[in-house]
Ligand binder design. Structure first.
Ligand code: KG4
Ligand code: ZN
Length: 334
């Protein structure tokens, strides 16, 4: 690939673009969040998300190119998130990328959003070595992987129902806390006791690497209904106890994966990796098990273009290009 790469991320409620040079140096990383636009509705409204991506995509890409000091004619390739995500949102970034690549006669590659989260740890100077166990916990996914290489990722288990971030978002909604729920619940949890309420910790002994958070979510809703109206202290207690239950399940499953695979490193990625309590307890688990622990800085945990650039660059170098007439979504595996 001759020239830097433009990476685009529009899978959910962030319009993001990044520029990376051929050696993997990040030259610009711009994120325009739609959170304030969706907040009045208590969650992401797909139709609004698509329209806002259409508005934001050109200025966000232009700003990234300006910050990097890169002109359109300098670009050597394009990477765009291909899925999974909101289809109407993905289409905006992918179509923009395809049009730009076609106009410039440069290759485009489609990046799997979960893989981008998974490899975001490599945006940091201190990163794991292969093989490592990685937990991706986001608004749409909760998955455990054994990562053997950039193109060699084994899924160990995943959620059967709600993703961890989704559970945070739903609990926040029930408590009347603002969207997105993760940061709101985490903030209130700082003021409550994690052992105040004994919420269940679903460990699914028959499939120890899978997750299920819907029962926990129902237990929280039931408790809230039973004890309403809640005072601020109750809300803090629910937040701290719910967060602790989610964290304990995530950490214990990661511990089992680390033990059974015999890896030397483990990593935590995705939006929920911005949770301080989860980072603290995963770090403690890694220490107990004698393995290295890696987590990207919070900016690289939530949706961003830099992680798409990192995976996109590897794919472009391996000539994993999208055909101009290719079916863009068929390769978007979960
Ligand atoms: O990775 P991400 O930005 O988007 C998806 O791919 O889904 O993750 C967003 C999710 C949301 O559910 C949000 O509530 C959650 O990550 N999240 C958190 C925190 N910050 C974001 N969950 C718990 N604690 C946080 N501090
Ligand atoms: Zn994401």
């Amino acid at each position: 690939m001759k020239g830097p790469l433009l990476a685009i991320e529009t899978s959910c409620d962030e319009t993001a673009a990044a520029i990376m040079d051929g050696e993997g140096r990040l030259l610009a990383d711009v994120v325009r969040s739609q959170i304030p636009d969706h907040r009045p509705y208590g969650g992401v409204v797909p139709e609004i998300a698509s329209r806002l991506h259409v508005e934001a995509i050109t200025p966000v890409v232009q700003r990234a190119m300006e910050e990097a000091g890169v002109a359109v004619q300098d670009l050597g390739g394009v990477a765009a998130t291909q899925g999974p995500g909101l289809v109407g949102s993905l289409v905006v970034g992918l179509s923009f990328g395809k049009a730009l690549a076609a106009a410039r006669g440069i290759p485009i590659t489609g990046v799997n959003h979960v893989h981008a989260h998974l490899f975001a740890v490599f945006l940091e100077e201190r990163h794991p070595s292969f093989p490592y166990v990685a937990l991706v916990a986001s608004g749409g996914h909760t998955s455990l992987y054994l990562v053997k290489g950039f193109f060699d990722v084994e899924l160990l288990g995943q959620t059967r129902d709600d993703a961890a971030g989704e559970a945070f978002d739903k609990v926040a909604k029930v408590l009347g806390l603002p969207y997105p729920g993760g940061p709101s619940v985490a903030e209130r949890a700082l003021h409550g006791r994690p052992d105040a309420i004994a919420f269940p910790r679903p460990l699914l002994p028959d499939s120890p690497y899978d997750f299920s958070f819907s029962g926990l979510k129902t237990a929280v809703i039931t408790w809230v209904r039973k004890h309403s109206p809640l005072d601020p202290g109750d809300i803090d207690a629910v937040c701290a106890s719910f967060q602790e239950a989610v964290v304990d399940v995530l950490v214990e499953k990661a511990r089992l994966a680390v033990k059974e695979t015999g890896v030397r490193c483990c990593a935590l990625c995705g939006g929920v990796a911005a949770n301080g309590r989860l980072v603290e307890k995963m770090g403690r688990m890694a220490q107990d098990e004698g393995v290295g622990f890696f987590v990207p800085r919070p900016r690289f945990c939530t949706d961003n273009g830099a992680m798409v650039a990192l995976v996109g660059l590897k794919q472009l170098k391996a000539r994993h290009w999208l055909r101009p007439d290719g079916d863009c979504f068929s390769r978007a595996v979960a």
